[in-house]
Ligand binder design. Structure first.
Ligand code: ADQ
Length: 753
């Protein structure tokens, strides 16, 4: 640690000064270059079009001149161009050129009275950067001559905001690069100082090969400890620093207030956060549906308030709403409105079970279930999307609301909402993977789905890979311009930003705070399952879905008991499985398969009072799920393909005792973040069984190290950060739109002078 302080801090200090100085230099040089570059681009554009312009100018063909101007301003950064005549009269303008502009003001700068006989005007190229509230624009006027005769001039307006963005990206990368260089250089120095080069080399190779870190050589452990300490220090500083970087519900509320002027948020999601069910004995109970989407979005909605529009599918849902189908939730807190939309059984079958869950769900997951696409399901999918878009339209309270569209049930809704509310800021989040374009092409309505989603202002996925797949699909199937630099798709003059936003949970979770202490949870779960105190417990928590790899998980347990017989009679695996989409045959088959598999494995290993697999096939309320997380020695998430997987994150957030081991499928989005879990290929039963053995024999110290570092990560990268980042991007989109309006208003008075 002393070495770290001696080396790292001085290097960071010097780098801080370097970064400051180079930022200043980079900014001024970059600005000069950009302005020069813009003037040059305008001049080149004018020269390139000169011949055509002069030809039409002579013929007074205004329409043809406008076509030429439209052609040379096709570049997205070019706001527009106007041709002004010899006497500063406006002759032609391109589409998009700020209305209300006349040429007189600019004319004063482009020409001045001649100072020689026979020369009436002296012409010159003129350019200037103008600052309008919230943005910068570059105006250039280029005189047009032909064979010595002056015709007038062309004025170009270019958007400088891209240059500002590029400049801040360059600065960010330069700073990050220098900082990275400093940290890496310091750590390398520390390592070299501590070990001989040869020893270090051998140890690093072993670790890179993925050798189990509990067998790490003792002399290497201080380095790892230092590294962890450094990470935790940085995180603590971020929490307690003057500006504080931790995202909390409060900070999210503040962001909404400051950056989005306290706008209400409207969420469109198929699943509702609270479901009212009739009890068999009379009365109504409130359920929290088992859904990753609800787990993530509910805390966001509590923080922001607004309206959640969803399908009302509970047996008592209609009994508790008012005449507008509204009910205030959460029960007892009433901080936001739930608007229920009613569907007929046919609509539900076609839109939800049919197109969404027999078509799009298997299409997007690589889990070997064939997607089914039926015309009648597609017809319902379209009409139900329109029905929900109308419901959202009736809930918003301005003509530029912020709408969060959720998931694959509503691929068409963003476009429908754009038609109904052209100025809305529409953030769409796709919670499941996006397949590669060959696979996506299987869907007979691929163009319509893409067009629908491109109604969004921002379209989010969990990972960069899913974003890339989406961009490839647009490239392959649509006529649209892809701006790979900005990660945007431009269609009909409108941009949709494509961004990765890895979703998370509220960490520390409110359920983890409400549930009993670990020892109590363990005692109650063990009593419930009839386990002796020295038993070892593994847990799996899922909706009963074929993408979750539940069969592979049970087979891994079988292989483990086979290969490590010392655990027979001692290790029990409890699978909490919420029945899901049972109207679909594939899900009913899965239910039967899992039941038969568990029975076969139990038959093979059971002995007096011992069943290695306990199948709990019912919905569990969140507190119950957290009780199991806290009682277990390990949690195994074995998804065959999963956008993110929040069970993995919940398990980590539940373990405030820093114990327990997470085994995580490499095919989940979460595996890219929770790197201190034991990452496995769920199809490789041998590897998975070894991970089970490694988890159960992992020393307490190593469990603590891994768990602490994952918990730290989740506290930083929680669901408030996920929502906050999206809303900050939305704020930028809104201010850019507002800026265009202001620019128009700024240029109009100039035109009247
Ligand atoms: P899901 O496929 O629903 O989410 P996941 O992210 O694992 O999957 O979340 C499941 C949620 O349901 C968790 O909150 C869990 O506690 C709860 N749950 C599971 N089994 C339960 C049971 N038996 N009883 C009660 N509750 C149970 C989709 C995508 C994911 C993505 C999320 C969020 O498929 O990849 O992580 O959306 O974007």
């Amino acid at each position: 640690m002393r070495l770290l302080v001696r080396f790292v801090l001085p290097v960071l200090g010097i780098l801080g000064i370097l970064v400051g100085a180079s930022s200043f230099l980079v900014s001024t040089t970059f600005r000069r270059w950009t302005e020069k570059d813009m003037a040059l681009r305008a001049e080149l554009a004018a020269n390139g079009a000169r011949e055509g312009l002069v030809h039409y100018w002579r013929d007074s063909d205004r329409a043809a001149m406008e076509r030429v101007l439209a052609q040379i301003t096709r570049d997205e950064r070019m706001v527009g161009a106007a041709a002004c005549g010899y006497d500063c009269e406006l002759i032609a303008v391109s589409p998009g050129f700020p209305p209300g502009f006349d040429c007189a003001t600019v004319g004063k700068s482009v020409r001045e009275p001649g100072d020689a006989p026979g020369i009436v005007w002296k012409w010159k190229i003129w350019s200037e950067t103008i600052q309008v509230a919230g943005g910068r624009f570059h105006v250039t006027a280029v005189p047009i001559f032909d064979r010595g005769q002056a015709f007038g001039f062309v004025t170009f307006v270019q958007d400088l905001s891209y240059a500002d963005r590029r400049q801040s990206t360059v600065l960010k990368y330069a700073a990050a690069g220098l900082a990275f260089f400093a940290v890496t250089a310091s750590l390398l120095t520390v390592l070299v100082a501590r070990f001989s080069w040869r020893e270090w080399n051998v140890e690093m190779r072993r670790l890179l090969r993925g050798g189990p870190s509990h067998s790490m050589r003792p002399e290497f452990q201080p380095i790892m400890r230092d590294l962890r300490e450094l990470v935790s220090q940085i995180a603590v500083e971020a929490h307690t620093g003057p500006r504080g970087s931790a995202w909390t519900a409060e900070r999210l509320r503040q962001t909404l207030r400051q950056k989005l002027h306290g706008e209400r948020i409207t969420i469109l999601a198929n699943r509702q956060p609270y479901m009212h069910q009739k009890n068999p004995e009379g009365g109504v109970s409130v359920l929290h549906p088992a859904s990753g989407l609800v787990t993530a979005l509910e805390p966001v909605m509590r923080a922001c308030s607004g309206v959640w529009v969803a399908h009302g599918n509970g047996s008592a849902d209609r009994d508790v709403v008012d005449e507008r189908a509204h009910v205030q939730v959460p029960p007892g807190e009433e901080s936001y409105t739930l608007r229920r939309v009613w569907l007929s059984p046919e609509e539900e079958r076609g839109y939800y079970y049919g197109f969404s869950n027999e078509g799009l769900w298997p299409l997007c997951h690589l889990a070997h279930t064939r997607p089914l696409f039926r015309d009648e399901d597609w017809a319902y999918y379209q009409s139900v999307n329109a029905k929900f878009a109308d419901a959202v339209r009736s809930e918003v309270d301005s003509d530029d609301p912020i709408i969060l569209v959720q998931d694959y049930h509503y691929a068409l809704a963003p476009r429908m909402l754009r038609d109904r509310l052209p100025r809305a800021t529409i953030l769409t989040f796709w919670h499941i993977p996006w397949p590669n374009s060959e696979r996506f092409g299987i869907c007979p309505w691929h163009d319509e789905i893409l067009e629908g989603l491109l109604g969004s202002s921002i379209l989010g996925f969990h990972t960069q890979q899913h974003c890339n797949n989406f961009l490839d699909a647009v490239d392959r199937f649509l006529e649209a311009r892809i701006d790979r630099e900005r990660h945007a798709i431009i269609q009909g003059g409108r941009a949709t930003l494509i961004r990765p936003y890895p979703i998370s949970i509220d960490c520390p979770s409110r359920w983890a705070k409400l549930v009993a202490p670990v020892a109590e949870c363990r005692a109650s779960v063990f009593a419930e399952l009839g386990l002796p105190p020295d038993a070892l417990l593994g847990v799996g928590v899922d909706r009963l879905d074929y993408t979750k790899g539940i069969e592979e998980r049970l087979l891994a347990v079988e292989k483990f008991l086979e290969r490590f017989p010392q655990y027979q009679g001692r290790f029990t695996f409890a699978q909490l499985a919420a029945p899901s989409r049972t109207a679909i045959e594939r899900y009913r088959d899965l239910n039967t398969n899992v039941e038969q598999l568990a029975a076969r494995i139990n038959g093979r290993f059971e002995r007096a009072g011992y069943h290695p697999i306990v199948l709990l096939r019912r919905h569990h309320e969140p507190l119950d799920v957290f009780r199991y997380y806290r009682a277990a020695d390990l949690c195994y998430v074995s998804s065959l393909h999963d956008g993110m997987n929040l069970v993995a994150k919940e398990f980590v957030s539940a373990r405030d005792d820093d114990r327990g081991v997470l085994i995580l499928s490499m095919f989940t989005g979460a595996a890219m973040e929770l790197t201190e879990s034991l990452v496995v290929n769920p199809y490789d039963l041998r590897q998975a069984s070894e991970a089970l053995a490694a988890a159960l024999s992992m020393p307490a110290g190593e469990q603590e190290d891994r768990m602490r570092s994952m918990r730290l990560y989740l506290t930083e990268f929680n669901v408030y950060r996920w929502a906050g980042r999206m809303l900050l991007d939305a704020a930028r989109v809104r201010s850019r739109d507002a800026m265009s309006h202001r620019l128009v208003n700024h240029l109009r008075p100039i035109g009247r002078m």
